[in-house]
Design a protein around this ligand. Structure first.
Ligand SMILES: [Fe+2]
Ligand SMILES: [Fe+2]
Length: 294
C-alpha cells in the first residue's frame, strides 16, 4: 500500500440490489409528464442526460471485468494490506457489474437496441486484452481515475441526479461511493508492479495510458450517445449542442472534473492526495435507510 493511501481506509463491498422488477418511471421524482418517451428518457425526461448515463452504464460490465483481471494479475506484488484491498476491489466491481447488467436490461426494456453498443465494447475489450498486462493495468489506473473524479462530482452535487427515478439515483450513488473508496487500489497495484522501474518510466507509462484512454473512452461514450440519439430520431446538431452545454456549461459535468483530471499528469500524483471520504458518509446513510425501507 502506498504511503499516500489513508492508513484507516476501509473498502466495504455493499451487496445491494437496485431496480428489480420495477419500471423506471415508477418512482420518478420530477413530476414531469409521463408520455411514452418518459420511461425511455428516464433522467428528467431529458434525452441528453439519459444518453450520457446510459452510455456510461453500457461500458461498465465489460470494462469492470477487464479491471478485475488487470489488478488480480499483480495481486502477489502487493503487501498484505494491498492484497486485502485488491480482494475488496474485486468484490465491489463484481457487484457493480451485476447491478449495471440489471440497469442495462431496463435500458433495453425501454425500447433501445443495444446490440451494436455491446459489440463495439466487446471488440474494444478484445483489443485491450491483446496489450501487455502492465499496459492493461495502466489503462485500469487511468479509467479508475476517471470513475473516481466522476463519482466525486456526482456525490458533491446531488443535482446531477435530480429528476432521475429514486432507485436509479441510488444505484449511481452506491457505485460512486465505492469508486471513491477503492480509487487508489489500481494505482497502488501499478506502483507495486513497477517497483523496479524508475519514477520517470512509471510516470511515462501511466501518462501515456491516460492520454490514450482519454481519446478512446470519450470516443466510445460519444458513439454510444449517437446510437441512442439515432434511435430517438434526434441525432442532430441541436442535440449535440445540448451535449456540449451539459458537459461544459450547465451543469458542466466535464468542466468541473477538468482540474482533477489534469492532476493525474503531475509526476507525484496519487489518487488519495484528494481525500474525499467525507462525501461518502451522508450519502451512504441515506442510501442504507432507503434500502432498508424497500
Ligand atoms: Fe465500478
Ligand atoms: Fe472502480
Amino acid at each position: 500500500m502506498s504511503a499516500a493511501t489513508p492508513i484507516d481506509l476501509t473498502i466495504t463491498p455493499r451487496d445491494l440490489k437496485f431496480n428489480r422488477g420495477r419500471a423506471q418511471a415508477d418512482s420518478n421524482a420530477s413530476g414531469a409528464d409521463s408520455g411514452p418517451k418518459r420511461v425511455r428518457w428516464w433522467h428528467s425526461g431529458d434525452p441528453v442526460k439519459t444518453a450520457f448515463f446510459n452510455a456510461l452504464s453500457m461500458t461498465f460490465p465489460q470494462g469492470e471485468s477487464l479491471f478485475i483481471e488487470a489488478v488480480r494479475r499483480y495481486r502477489d506484488k502487493g503487501d498484505a494490506t494491498l492484497q486485502a484491498q485488491i480482494s475488496a476491489f474485486i468484490k465491489q466491481e463484481t457487484l457493480h457489474t451485476r447491478e449495471h447488467v440489471a440497469f442495462n436490461r431496463l435500458v433495453e426494456e425501454a425500447g433501445y437496441d443495444v446490440a451494436a453498443i455491446q459489440a463495439y465494447t466487446t471488440n474494444r475489450m478484445r483489443l485491450a486484452r491483446e496489450r501487455h498486462p502492465l499496459a492493461q493495468l495502466a489503462i485500469t489506473v487511468a479509467l479508475e481515475h476517471y470513475t473516481a473524479i466522476l463519482a466525486h462530482g456526482l456525490l458533491r452535487e446531488p443535482s446531477h441526479l435530480e429528476g432521475a427515478p429514486a432507485e436509479v439515483a441510488r444505484l449511481w450513488q452506491w457505485h460512486a461511493i465505492e469508486e471513491i473508496e477503492h480509487k487508489g487500489v489500481a494505482f497502488d497495484t501499478f506502483v507495486a508492479a513497477t517497483q523496479e522501474m524508475s519514477k520517470a518510466r512509471r510516470w511515462y507509462i501511466r501518462s501515456k495510458a491516460m492520454l490514450l484512454i482519454s481519446f478512446l473512452f470519450w470516443r466510445s461514450i460519444t458513439r454510444h450517445m449517437a446510437d441512442f440519439f439515432r434511435q430517438d430520431g434526434i441525432n442532430k446538431v441541436g442535440t449535440w449542442m445540448r451535449v456540449l452545454k451539459f458537459y461544459y456549461i450547465t451543469p458542466g459535468i466535464l468542466r468541473k472534473i477538468a482540474r482533477e483530471y489534469f492532476k493525474f499528469y503531475l509526476p507525484g500524483f496519487h489518487p488519495w492526495h484528494t481525500d474525499d471520504r467525507a462525501l461518502i458518509t451522508d450519502v451512504e446513510r441515506e442510501l442504507l435507510a432507503a434500502q432498508s425501507k424497500s
